[in-house]
Design a protein around this ligand. Structure first.
Ligand code: DAK
Length: 270
């Protein structure tokens, strides 16, 4: 997969994983508008390959921040301070859309957080499928310190992960919590001692997933997303529909054939 040279991102294919690094370490990788636009462009290219016959050259994305101090320290406050209301609203909508695109990408996306994930940074991480973090990571929604509220999905996704009461406490106080506390309350999936360990684990997870049917993984992600917040009965209906879809795929035929023949499946990805 070929990417242009991004102003604010670095990309590197590592086996089946695409490592995407937000690369503005001097500004703690803050989400300037250019970062948001670069991530949209990256997703355009990845989606094109995943959905439209480009095969599955990448089986998962690891999203991280450069410099070892921050994943992303929020919206770019300097840039934001110069915005008129119309530009601010467009920026907010464009960033919310980015989080929705990450969430609905037909590939797993792991946030690999070393350092600060604050405000828009925490929100970006929460739009990924799950969060790996180092012991040096910290999380928070400090918008109240700026007279703001979370603007990139934090009001919605934080309560989905940790429950409404904990989400309110974090958002009302703007407090930062360490990785271990974030893991305890369900915001972070796993904490690692070092960034190297975290990145090795993220890559290993993607390689593990890459041995499975890409179509089934994409269906599973879409199904879990589509059932969130529904009643059990509604969720089961969605699941049944997905199950039926899976039944028609070549991947399903290959998986079942290989099992019965006691072979390792070779999924065509269709
Ligand atoms: N934006 C721009 N620059 C930032 C930044 C940010 N969010 N965070 C850090 N930097 C810059 C600092 O200004 C500093 O730059 P120089 O002074 O060196 O030029 C450099 O990164 C290093 O930061 P510090 O010197 O402060 O480093 P420390 O280790 O002492 O502290 C810190 C690190 C991450 C704890 C601290 O920098 C900090 O508290 N940063 C701000 C965190 C924050 O409040 N983030 C924003 C949350 S609100 C919307 C508008 C806004 C939003 C949404 C929508 N619309 C207009 C629609 C809000 C979103 C948010 O994310």
């Amino acid at each position: 997969m070929n990417f242009p040279t991004f102003e604010t991102l670095a990309t590197e294919q590592q086996g089946n994983a695409l490592l995407v690094t937000v690369n503005r370490p001097k500004a703690m990788n803050a989400l300037a508008q250019q970062v948001v636009e670069d991530l949209h462009t990256l997703l355009d290219i990845v989606e094109e390959h995943a959905r439209h016959g480009g095969g599955w050259p990448v089986r998962g994305i690891v999203l991280t921040g450069a410099g070892g101090k921050a994943f992303v320290a929020g919206a770019d406050i300097r840039e934001m301070s110069a915005m008129e209301a119309a530009a601010a609203s467009a920026y907010s909508a464009r960033t919310q859309d980015l989080t929705l695109r990450l969430e609905s990408l037909p590939l797993p996306v792991i946030a690999a957080v070393d350092g600060f994930a604050l405000g828009g940074g925490c929100e970006l991480a929460m739009a990924c499928d799950f969060i790996y973090a180092t012991e040096a990571a910290s999380f928070g929604q400090p918008e109240v310190n700026l007279g703001l509220v979370p603007g990139f999905g934090g009001s919605v996704r934080l309560q989905q992960l940790v429950g409404p009461a904990r989400a309110k406490e974090l958002i009302f106080t703007g407090h930062r919590i360490h990785a271990s506390e974030a893991e305890r309350i369900g915001l972070v999936h796993t904490v690692f001692s070092t960034a190297t360990e975290m990145h090795d684990a993220a890559r290993a997870t993607i390689e593990d997933i890459a041995t499975k049917s890409p179509v089934a993984v994409a269906n599973a992600k879409a199904t879990i997303n589509a059932t969130a917040g529904r009643t059990t009965a509604e969720g089961l209906e969605v699941e049944n529909w997905s199950f039926r879809q899976a039944f028609g795929t070549e991947d399903m035929q290959e998986g079942v054939r290989a099992f019965l023949a006691k072979e390792t499946p070779s999924f065509p990805g269709r």
